[in-house]
Design a protein around this ligand. Structure first.
Ligand code: FAD
Ligand code: SIN
Length: 532
């Protein structure tokens, strides 16, 4: 059994920035960061376009960024959260610069600002087209120098420990559910460790792996959301899955390589199989309309033409500037025989970001006591029905800071919980057939892509729901009899995530933002977040 004051699950931007703050503030207290893979294998590392924030007050303003976020969110953003994130964001960005993040500058020393869909101004700070890699590097370097932070790799957190594990009945209506720590599987020893904590922060990222085609790496399996749901905590807005319009079309390659929206910000044009620039038919903002609109337009063009992709045309762009801003994309395209100066890039939408998640308040409290959440696994109210591009890294920084401020006040009063039992693995055996796990994952990804994708209908959602029930039943019976493994737990968590997406999508009797159901042409007059 391990005891730690602060337990952080996840080593992306949300988890690491929180860990650094509490560790610097409390050099006498231990901060334990757990990650199920390598320390840098996170969604954060793959971020390309950059981080949105108002830094150029000559052309931009907080009000403009607020308005852009609210418009993209299609009526469902929490305006108070939007104010918080936009106004507090620049100070948080300055902190990661002080921790060593290098954003691109022009020869005069001013930041080079990019533009993406839904932004009315150039406001995106970036490091070429590998912004996330640079942020992750700077954070891990700084964490490495902080003596009271321990980063434990290849430990898979299985479940939150609550009153349920002490033998009490815990239901959705139990008041004051508390988190006492977690059970985690150490991959190396195959032992399950009990970790008791005063404060636990979930920063477990997204769930793109619920879909067949996604930009998200393999770690994005919605574990935090599933754990909170199992512990009877609140989850909201899961139906708002954002599909990025332009993932590189490369059949058989997973995850999909992203072609950042910043390429369209710099002048890239979407064209259909006939070579027509089609976005003007769909939105006056053309290629730089918000993502939900562009992804649906592409989906519609692909369906009309019976093709599996459209094209992104960069041939007219200044090629020297292209290579300078997008060296990673240029190299990737070249490696598969695409010369961006001569050939158009085949692109298709891919599951990219979860706008909903673990419901938190303005200080990052979940509905479970002593449990905070921030980053992509959380639902703060910032994104509403559709996230504005490059607002995610910003939200993670602003909310990890808020979780830090609140939890350092709380920790002094808290005690470690006594009497927590060890994990009970009675009656389980080593898995006999991995196919039972891998096939469930394939079935889940297929049904989510076919029935719960960019365009939905009531019939598709009903079908998805029935198939998910069966998958749930099968995986639960396997879970009861099989020794836990990351593969088994990830599929189980993804099935829970699928269930939550379908359930909340079925409750939403309208088309709004990223949730587009052809059985409802318009938006309901009642604005509501769906919470389970
Ligand atoms: P992550 O960075 O995903 O970290 C999650 C961590 O949790 C990982 O360390 C993982 O191992 C750990 N974890 C998960 N489950 C468990 C478990 N059971 N046990 C132990 N550890 C666990 N956003 C922007 O704002 N701008 C961009 O330009 C941008 N580009 C993007 C490009 C791509 C290709 C992708 C995929 C996303 C992009 N996003 C972008 C979104 C953004 O990168 C993510 O939303 C953000 O990085 C999430 O950070 P996070 O800290 O919440 O989670
Ligand atoms: C991109 O670079 O296009 C992704 C930005 C984001 O997801 O916010």
């Amino acid at each position: 059994m391990i005891k730690t004051d602060f337990l952080v699950i996840g080593s992306g931007i949300a988890g690491l920035s929180y860990a650094l703050k509490v560790a610097q503030r409390h050099p006498d207290k231990k901060v334990l960061v757990i990650t199920k893979s390598r320390a840098d294998e996170t969604n954060t590392k793959y971020a390309q376009g950059g981080i949105a924030g108002v830094t150029d007050f000559e052309h931009d303003s907080y009000d403009k960024h607020i308005q852009d976020t609210l418009i993209a969110g299609d009526g469902l953003c929490n305006p108070h959260t939007v104010e918080i994130v936009v106004r507090e964001g620049p100070e948080r960005i300055q902190e990661i610069i002080e921790w060593g993040t290098r954003f691109d500058k022009d020869p005069d020393g001013d930041y080079k600002l990019g533009k993406e869909g839904g932004h009315s101004e150039f406001r995106i700070l970036h490091h070429k087209d590998v912004t996330g890699k640079e942020i992750e590097r700077a954070l891990l370097d700084t964490v490495g120098k902080q003596k009271n932070i321990e980063v434990v790799k290849h430990w898979f957190v299985l479940d939150l420990i609550t009153q349920h594990h002490l033998g009490y009945l815990v239901t959705k209506s139990t008041p004051d559910i508390e988190c006492y720590g977690v059970y985690a599987l150490d991959h190396q020893t195959n032992k399950i460790v009990t970790i008791i904590s005063k404060i636990t922060l979930l920063a477990t990222g997204g769930n793109g792996q619920a879909y067949r085609t996604t930009t998200n790496p393999k770690i994005a399996t919605g574990d935090g959301v599933a754990m909170v749901y199992r512990a009877k905590g609140r989850i909201e807005n899961m139906e708002f899955i954002q599909f990025h319009p332009t993932a590189l079309y490369e059949p058989g390659v997973s995850p999909s390589f992203l072609i950042t929206e910043a390429v369209r910000g710099d002048g890239g044009i979407l064209r259909n199989d006939k070579g027509e620039a089609f976005m003007e038919k769909y939105d006056p903002r053309k290629d730089l309309a918000p993502r939900d609109i562009v992804a649906r337009a592409i989906d519609s063009e692909m369906k009309k033409a019976g093709t599996e992709h459209v094209f992104l045309d960069c041939r007219h762009m200044d090629q020297v500037k292209f290579v300078e801003h997008f060296p990673n994309i240029y190299q990737k395209c070249k490696s598969i025989g695409i010369d961006v100066a001569a050939n158009m890039i085949p692109v298709a939408p891919a599951a990219h970001y979860s706008c909903g998640g673990i419901k938190v308040d303005e200080w990052g409290h979940t509905s479970i006591r002593n449990l905070y959440a921030c980053g992509e696994c959380s639902s703060t109210g910032l994104h509403g029905a559709n996230r504005l591009a490059s607002n995610s890294l910003l939200e993670a920084l602003v909310f990890s800071h808020r979780c830090y401020l609140d939890s350092i006040k709380a920790v002094g009063e808290l005690k470690f919980k006594d009497g927590v039992p060890e994990w009970n693995a009675e009656g389980t055996m080593e898995p006999q057939e991995m196919i039972l796990i891998t096939q469930s994952l394939k079935e889940l990804q297929l049904l989510m892509s076919d029935y719960v994708g960019i365009v939905r209908t009531n019939t598709r959602l009903q079908r998805a729901s029935k198939r998910l029930d069966l998958l749930h039943e099968e995986i639960e019976s396997l879970y009861e009899t099989t020794a836990v493994s990351p593969q088994l737990c990830e599929v189980r968590n993804l099935i829970t995530v699928g269930y939550l997406i379908v359930k909340e999508a079925s409750f939403r009797k309208e088309s709004r933002g990223l949730h587009y159901n052809t059985d409802y042409t318009g938006k309901s007059e009642i604005l509501q977040n769906i919470v389970l």
